[in-house]
Design a protein around this ligand. Structure first.
Ligand SMILES: [Zn+2]
Length: 355
């Protein structure tokens, strides 16, 4: 998925920023010291911001680094994804300082991907961990059956990822994930820091209540089998997963995660039935309900035009030439991503024709 390409780009940019500036060499001692300090690796720019009422958002770094949310109640805190050990340790300290006497009582997992689900151990002393019943299945699966983020694919079927098989964010973080430094990522290495859930739910929805507040976990089956979006009814906010991007064309890689495009559309329609007006997106900033509706309409228009083209016997290059979807030309990524998205839809609809 392009999301991970962007993550890899960001990691590259961060590495470049650590190179020493030549001008520092000629500066007097104090200035040189200050310059040296500025050149030391900086911790990621993590931040906490109020979304609405008692709901807060945690940004784990710049750009498209993963985001999580937490809800403060009279009896403690409900946290969504812990993200990673470093962010979780930092967040634990921040929460203790900002909300004394309110431990994290729940950690609610959105899905098994390592860029969201690691680091929960920091909260295991006070929290119960809740997930969809498919999450442990995904964590116990082979890499082929439950690929890590970035559409990394175990091509030779040895149930480990070589550096060349890993793509996107998984490739960018390869050395960090490769605990034994043998040049291969096993499922145990990829998922090693994921604290298993204690409580599982089945079915479409599950409500977690604490201190008079509630969060509805909505199983949308998209992106991954265990995918859960989180609805905060009192705040009218929806925390949405890796597959919703407000006002941009992006990330239809891996042919829509090997799922029929119609299932993506149906999942968005399910979310539209909820009463919210703001979305917090797991990598993509914030949006409105209208943005989510517009995204669903975009997928429908894309599906209809590509499907019609396939039925008329058109080739992919012909469709990439003729399909313009100009209504969306102001969206970020329109020029860069549209041909790739048309290709993804073409491959997807060839495999799963639309009725
Ligand atoms: Zn993901």
């Amino acid at each position: 998925m392009k999301i991970t390409t962007m993550l890899a780009t960001l990691s590259g940019a961060a590495a470049c920023a650590l190179l020493p500036a030549p001008a520092a060499l000629a500066q007097p001692a104090a200035a040189a010291q200050a310059a040296q300090a500025a050149q030391r690796p900086q911790p990621p720019m993590r931040s906490i911001a109020q979304v609405r009422g008692n709901l807060y958002k945690v940004q784990s770094g710049p750009g498209v680094q993963p985001v999580t949310v937490f809800l403060v109640t009279s009896e403690g805190i409900i946290l969504a994804d812990p993200l990673n050990p470093e962010t979780a340790a930092w967040l634990k300290g921040e929460l203790a300082a900002r909300f004394p006497g309110k431990p994290v009582r729940y950690v609610l997992y959105s899905h098994y991907h390592w860029d969201h689900a690691r680091g929960g151990a920091a909260f295991a002393d006070t929290a119960k961990f809740v997930a969809h019943e498919d999450m442990p299945k995904m964590l116990a699966s082979t890499i082929k059956a439950a690929p890590p983020p970035g559409s990394s694919f175990d091509r030779d079927g040895d149930n480990r990822l070589s550096r060349t098989e890993a793509t996107g964010g998984t490739r960018a973080q390869f050395d960090r994930l490769d605990a034994d430094h043998d040049g291969y990522l096993t499922p145990q290495e990829i998922n090693g820091d994921i604290r298993p859930p204690d409580a599982l739910f089945s079915g479409d929805r599950h409500t977690v209540t604490l201190g008079g507040e509630s969060v509805v976990m909505v199983h949308t089956r998209r992106h991954t089998d265990d995918m859960v979006d989180m609805y905060f009814p009192k705040e009218k906010v929806l925390f949405v997963g890796d597959y919703v991007w407000p006002r941009q064309i992006c990330c239809a890689g891996a042919d829509f995660n090997q799922r029929p495009l119609s299932r993506w559309i149906d999942s968005l329609k399910t979310l539209e039935t909820l009463d919210f007006d703001l979305t917090v997106n797991s990598h993509w900033g914030e949006g409105t309900k209208a943005d989510l509706v517009a995204m669903r309409e975009f997928w429908e228009a894309l599906r209809d035009q590509v499907q019609a083209g396939i039925r008329a016997g058109k080739t992919l290059p012909e469709l990439q030439q003729s399909i313009k979807l100009e209504r969306y030309k102001d969206w970020q990524g329109y020029d860069r991503q549209l041909p790739a998205v048309i290709e993804a839809a073409y491959d997807n609809l060839t495999q799963y024709p639309s009725p």
